[in-house]
Design a protein around this ligand. Structure first.
Ligand SMILES: Nc1ncnc2c1ncn2[C@@H]1O[C@H](COP(=O)(O)OP(=O)(O)OP(=O)(O)O)[C@@H](O)[C@H]1O
Length: 687
């Protein structure tokens, strides 16, 4: 007979769930110990294989770690019938615990199901209207790793409407500290549709600030890696973000979901053919980023091709074989007409000339084989002919010449760029060499395009592009050629476009990307910004993105919101005081200011004895204040934001629309509260 107390526990549902949690943890530990005990010495004698295997085992051990503060499961589904079973009478219902990873017991029976598995899907999608054969959905609440609460939804009870979940609400409203977290426990139905969209298609998501675009993109990668692990292990996945700070901010999410092998890069990283040390004027950068540059480059790359003037004479032993110029010309014209890379054609040319020689040998009664053809192709006379008619192209040198040599540029930009546009992109002082040239970020993209014209850029299996609205057409092309044979997830918000070349429509962007058929989805439910704050920021929408819908806010907490005018001489002191005030609250604080104000504000904070971080540096319980230049605020969020002088943020950009968009980004970073401080008048659109 069990002791009475134990009986009580066994009847207490919360206690039963806790028991399941501790046995799942024990099972996970056993799974990890099994992997740790693997001895690969007997499996493979080859050290390369051994190293690969060892790495896989290490990854697996890391993936099986039991993280104290991430609950092993966060939900439970009670099916009406066993999934897959005929929905016939008598088919028994089953219970599944939904968590971050799969955990099974010693017999191989599942204790926790991976959130990405098909059986888990109803956890995110089932509703009373469409229960997906689920009788009950249970959500679990945790406090510091302890299971402390649960909440049930009876999906069969159609008498009452779907109810908002308190645990879900609490999770959404939890204060933010440290880097971005995963949202597996609370993915919303419209987000889940994007997360689980098939790998074959490219998806583009337009979403107002805080609607979860970044979160959705990262969970989609995790989902795709689960559903197509082998394919993507072969072809690779890549997440592209706007800058380093942003990448630092998001870099923990995928490892927390057990995915360790996803590369992250900025667009600049992708095209790092040269060291970028220069900057373009806005207009020059806009022209260099224009898709017409692709045509200029295409012409320039092929411009060295010359029709042969002399025949090629190959001497083999006592015999001489002559291929006349007109025949080589035919080959060259045919290669020019074909849709192959410049470099591939250059490799094909000697073989084609050699083939012409072989035909003559055969006509003369010889019986040459493939080896003879290879030898002829490597013959000095053939090599010299190839060099003369189809010279090698170095993409870096080619772009250097285009930007330095007015005549060369004019020749290839004729009819494509106007004379003024050509003058705009030419370097005032021609560079002396590849090393000394002051390459700009846009130049590196041109080099990447040229490099791809010469040799095909390898394509990945899936690419996620975040803050996509800011890319130039040429940058879209650079990203697009990295997923020609794969698919992409494109995330962005037209209203947050802050480059002079920011895209005006997703259709246009997708065309440059090479995926014009992609579906465009819109997310409008905001998870970050409090209602009053998003309403205030949205006053800018008619000026910065007419036609875009204002985001709603799912946050119930009203949030703190204040706009304070202060006399000119008192702004600095007011900003420091507002930071101090915010630091009395829980969570992270961001002081956002025009880039030009950062130096002054940094000194002020130091003087006031307030330690602060740079964006992307991890906030901790001790260091919670980040000083954020407006240009780096995109994609980031803080519990409390103090926004310094909006007029200066607007004035920091080359034109008003870009300035207002930058301000819109700055105004939409707050999770719990925003204090706007200004000495100058606020932009009229906010009035
Ligand atoms: N379903 C969800 N449950 C809980 N939190 C969520 C959910 N979706 C998004 N969030 C949270 O809302 C915040 C904003 O999400 P995210 O940064 O992905 O938005 P975004 O659309 O990329 O914003 P921005 O346009 O500003 O870059 C994050 O803290 C994210 O974790």
């Amino acid at each position: 007979m069990p002791a009475p107390q134990v009986t009580t526990h066994a009847n207490d549902p919360l206690e039963r769930e806790r028991t399941h949690l501790s046995s799942s943890r024990a099972a996970l530990r056993a799974m990890r110990e099994d992997v740790e005990a693997l001895d690969i010495k007997d499996v493979t004698a080859n050290w390369v294989n051994a190293a690969v295997l060892e790495r896989q085992i290490e990854d697996r051990i890391t993936a099986l770690a039991d993280l104290a503060h991430t609950p092993l499961f966060f939900g439970r589904l009670d099916y009406t019938h066993a999934p897959g079973a005929e929905q016939a009478e008598g088919a028994e219902g089953e219970q599944f615990y939904i968590g971050r990873r799969h955990v099974h017991d010693a017999d191989g029976d599942p204790m926790v199901i991976d959130w990405r598995a098909p059986v888990s899907q109803p956890f995110y999608r089932a509703s009373k209207k469409e229960p997906m054969d689920v009788r009950m959905r249970r959500r679990f609440g945790y406090t510091g790793g302890e299971l402390t609460a649960y909440e049930d939804e009876d999906l069969t009870d159609t008498s009452a409407a779907d109810q908002a979940s308190k645990l879900l609400q609490a999770e959404i409203e939890r204060p933010r500290v440290g880097p971005m977290r995963d949202i597996v426990a609370t993915i919303q139905p419209e987000q889940d549709e994007i997360v689980r969209a098939g790998i074959g298609g490219t998806v583009c998501v337009q979403g107002a600030p805080g609607t979860g675009k970044t979160a959705v993109g990262l969970h989609r990668v995790a989902y795709l890696l689960y559903a197509h692990r082998e394919r993507l292990a072969r072809t690779g996945t890549l997440v592209i973000g706007p800058n380093r700070s942003f990448l630092h901010y998001i870099e923990q999410v995928l490892p927390a979901l057990g995915e360790l092998n996803v590369a992250q890069a900025t667009v600049d990283d992708l095209v790092a053919h040269v060291e970028v040390r220069g900057a373009d004027r806005a207009e020059a950068a806009r022209i260099k980023g224009d898709a017409r540059m692709a045509e200029v480059l295409r012409r320039a790359v092929r411009s060295g091709v010359r029709m042969p003037e002399e025949s090629v004479v190959v001497v083999r032993g006592s015999r001489r074989w002559r291929v006349p110029a007109y025949e080589i010309e035919e080959i060259v014209r045919e290669l020019l007409g074909r849709d192959i890379r410049y470099g591939a054609a250059r490799e094909a040319l000697p073989q084609r000339i050699a083939h012409a020689v072989l035909v003559r040998m055969e006509q003369a009664g010889e019986a040459p084989d493939d080896r003879v053809q290879d030898a002829v192709a490597r013959n000095a006379a053939v090599k010299a002919a190839v060099k003369a008619v189809w010279p090698a192209v170095d993409p870096v040198k080619l772009v250097l010449r285009l930007l330095s040599d007015a005549e060369f540029l004019a020749e290839h930009a004729d009819g494509v760029l106007s004379a003024e546009e050509q003058a705009e992109i030419l370097w005032a002082k021609p560079a002396r060499g590849v090393k000394s040239a002051k390459w700009s970020a846009a130049d590196a993209v041109l080099i990447d395009e040229a490099a791809d014209l010469v040799a095909r850029t390898p394509s990945l299996g899936h690419v996620v592009l975040d803050e996509a609205q800011d890319l130039s057409p040429m940058q879209y092309r650079a990203v697009g050629r990295r997923c020609t044979t794969g698919s992409a997830t494109i995330l962005g918000d037209i209203a947050q476009g802050t480059t002079p070349w920011a895209t005006a429509s997703w259709q246009e962007a997708l065309t440059h990307l090479g995926k014009p058929e992609a579906a465009v989805e819109e997310l409008t439910q905001g998870f970050r910004v409090p209602r009053e704050v998003i309403a205030y920021a949205s006053r800018l929408l008619p000026a910065i993105a007419p036609g875009l819908a204002e985001a709603t806010s799912v946050r119930e907490a009203a949030g703190d919101f204040a706009v304070r005018a202060v006399p000119g001489g008192e702004l600095d002191a007011a900003v420091v005081a507002a930071c101090r005030e915010s630091l009395e609250r829980e969570g992270s604080i961001g002081l956002i200011a025009a880039d030009a104000r950062i130096g002054v504000l940094g000194a002020l904070l130091a003087e006031a004895g307030l330690p602060y971080l740079a964006p992307g540096e991890e906030t901790t319980a001790e260091a919670r204040l980040t000083l954020v230049p407006a240009s780096l605020a995109k994609g980031l969020e803080y519990d409390y934001v103090v926004l310094d002088e909006p007029a200066a943020v607007v004035a920091g950009e080359p034109d008003e629309r870009t300035g207002l968009r930058r301000l819109y980004v700055a105004l939409t970073r707050a999770v719990s509260g925003l204090t706007v401080l200004h000495a100058e008048p606020l932009p009229g659109q906010l009035g």
